[in-house]
Design a protein around this ligand. Structure first.
Ligand SMILES: [Zn+2]
Length: 338
């Protein structure tokens, strides 16, 4: 089969790869219904993470089970399934506590920009839908695998509750779905920090009430002005840079909640500065598996359409153009058709 392989920064190729097979008795192999490009794929694409060996790309997937190992009991061939980018047994203490991305047997699921994918720990990782979804639901269900699950975790970890004021730092697909999540959780005011017209528009469609275009001191001042001088109850940091992290912490009120779901690159926090903010900090790789059953229900009920973040659709063989479009911010997120 052919799939996407990153050879060096800005060098993604669509080329021959080995067919995935059952390697462990707990594995499944699925045929993907569609795949996509994650914002975090841009870190190695841009050279921010070193590329030491040709690397099969991406980790977001949904599709139909083709084969399962001998030890798999609940997942069956023919089922439509969605899973997270971290395989998890869903039975260990960390999983039971709701942190499946920190599973004691967690395994990263990589190489999803391809027609087929091996998923380890199939029983714990995959969630089967009751019905096989219609074609128009595929982008929404694919989004649950990471970007929507991560946006939901960002809002959950920032303690978003009915009536609260929320700030979202970052207008990428995760930030935009953080807006959608905060809206679903009943936030009254949702302020998005964005300088990009089409993203501002989608943020408003998802429930944003205010847009702040300034950054740094001016951004903080604008947030304070919108929140009676005190800052927001909940702040979702969806980028992963020093600037965005400080923007988030400084935008929270005393004792507010800051979640961080952007993979940190060069972030260092000053203990003394943090000490006097009283903020609750909670983040990390989203335990998407915790939220999948609920989010699948919201999609099938037509209550959320997270697939709206896909504003570019290309056939998988044009994957390189998909990366270029996201790198140049011509696209929010690229869906790849098989
Ligand atoms: Zn576990």
């Amino acid at each position: 089969m052919k799939g996407a392989i990153l050879h060096a920064p800005h060098d993604v190729r669509f080329e021959e790869r080995a067919e995935p097979t059952i390697l462990q008795p707990s594995d499944a192999v699925i045929r993907l219904s569609a795949t996509c490009i994650c914002g975090s794929d841009l870190w190695p694409y841009r050279g921010a993470n070193p590329v030491t060996t040709p690397t099969p790309m991406d980790h977001e997937y949904c599709g139909v089970v083709e084969d399962v190992g001998a030890a798999v009991s609940s997942i069956k061939p023919g089922q439509f399934v969605i899973g997270s980018f971290f395989a998890s047994d869903n039975t260990c203490s960390n999983c039971k506590a709701g942190y499946q991305s920190g599973c004691q047997h967690a395994e990263f699921v990589g190489g999803a920009q391809a027609p087929r994918l091996r998923v380890p720990l199939a029983d714990g990782t995959l969630v089967a839908t009751t019905d096989v979804p219609s074609e128009d639901l595929i982008p929404d269900l694919l989004a649950l695998s990471d970007v929507m699950g991560t946006g939901w975790f960002a809002a959950d970890a920032a303690n978003v509750k009915p009536g609260k004021t929320v700030v979202v730092v970052g207008d990428g697909a995760v930030g935009l779905l953080g807006v959608l999540s905060a809206k679903q959780m009943g936030a009254e005011r949702i302020i998005v920090m964005s300088r990009h017209g089409p993203r501002q528009q989608l943020a408003r469609e998802f429930g944003a009430t205010d847009i702040v275009t300034e950054r740094g001191d001016e951004g903080v001042a604008h947030i304070k002005q919108l929140t009676g001088g005190i800052g927001a109850d909940s702040v979702l940091e969806c980028v992963g840079t020093q600037e965005s992290m400080m923007q988030a912490i400084r935008s929270a009120r005393q004792g507010g909640y800051v979640s961080y779901v952007g993979v940190p690159h060069g972030v260092a926090l000053d203990g003394t500065q943090l000490f006097y903010t009283h903020v609750h900090l909670h983040g990390g790789p989203a335990p998407v598996r915790r939220f999948l059953p609920q989010l699948i229900g919201l999609v099938f009920d037509g209550r959320i359409k997270p697939g709206k973040v896909f504003d570019l659709t290309l056939p998988l063989d044009q994957v390189a153009e998909g990366y270029r479009a996201m790198d140049e911010r011509r696209a929010i997120k690229t869906l790849l058709r098989l």
